[in-house]
Design a protein. Structure first.
Length: 260
């Protein structure tokens, strides 16, 4: 059974619970009055609810949660986010002590921060004993032969590398009229001059490796075998512009003779 309400405040029912007195129903104009305008009686609330509201609202149990409490919580969260963000952007490796290239140093007796390789040592991957392949020379002179057979695949690869690294200055056909030259850059010599047509292949490889004049070195960008493939394609370009008809096969010579 439900506990019976007593008619007077503070009177216990048969079940031992304290009940509040029943309020009379509203009459007249009080019937349309909003209940929100009725002041809240703190004594009528459960003590546990009252204490919880007091702790949440910073001691204002009668007024509920206060805005200063929310502001304090927001400020704490904002500071925590800023600290985490700052910690994430710290670059300890980027700000560590280091030497810039050619920067002096007091640690070594010669005052240089960059150290020379130890005698009789070579870095891994830099053992270039084949002077023909890596320097384009034989017996100290520019080589007149290639370090490997020149096949169709080598020429195709050389054309691809030539179009990427050489054509901006030398042009697609090797006349020195590349796109950067048309925009005002210093024009390079044409590959179709007598001097360059008669130059040994080792000379062309050496220029591509070490640079010459306004042309920089391409050794760090183009591997040695790719530089040789470029040289092979340059020789093919020279032959395409200055081919000797007498060296053609007989059937091709007949076609040339019959051409208008």
């Amino acid at each position: 059974m439900w506990p019976r309400r007593s008619q007077e405040s503070g009177v216990r029912s048969q079940e031992g619970r304290v009940s509040r007195p029943l309020s009379p129903p509203p009459r007249g104009n009080d019937r349309g009055r909003c209940a929100a305008h009725t002041p809240l009686d703190q004594n009528s609330l459960n003590p546990r609810i009252t204490s919880s509201l007091a702790e949440w609202g910073g001691g204002h149990g009668d007024e509920g949660p206060s805005w200063p409490a929310f502001r304090r919580l927001g400020a704490i969260l904002l500071i925590a986010i800023l600290l985490l963000t700052t910690a994430c952007y710290q670059q300890q490796m980027g700000s560590q002590p280091r030497y810039d290239p050619l920067e002096p140093s007091t640690l070594f007796a010669d005052g240089r921060s960059a150290r020379q390789p130890l005698p009789d040592t070579v870095a891994r991957g830099q053992l270039h004993e084949d002077t023909l392949l890596y320097a384009g020379t034989e017996n100290g002179l520019p080589a007149d032969r290639f370090p490997f057979p020149v096949t169709h695949d080598v020429l195709v690869h050389g054309q691809d590398r030539f179009d990427v690294f050489c054509s901006p200055c030398h042009g697609r056909t090797g006349y020195g009229d590349g796109m950067v030259v048309r925009r005002g850059f210093i024009p390079p010599p044409s590959f179709h001059t007598d001097q360059l047509r008669q130059a040994p292949v080792g000379h062309l490889f050496e220029v591509a490796t070490n640079g010459l004049g306004a042309m920089p070195s391409y050794a760090s960008q183009v591997p040695a075998r790719d530089r040789w493939a470029i040289v092979a394609y340059i020789k093919a370009l020279q032959l395409s512009q200055h081919a000797d008809a007498a060296r053609l096969p007989a059937d091709l010579q007949q076609q040339l003779e019959g051409a208008p």
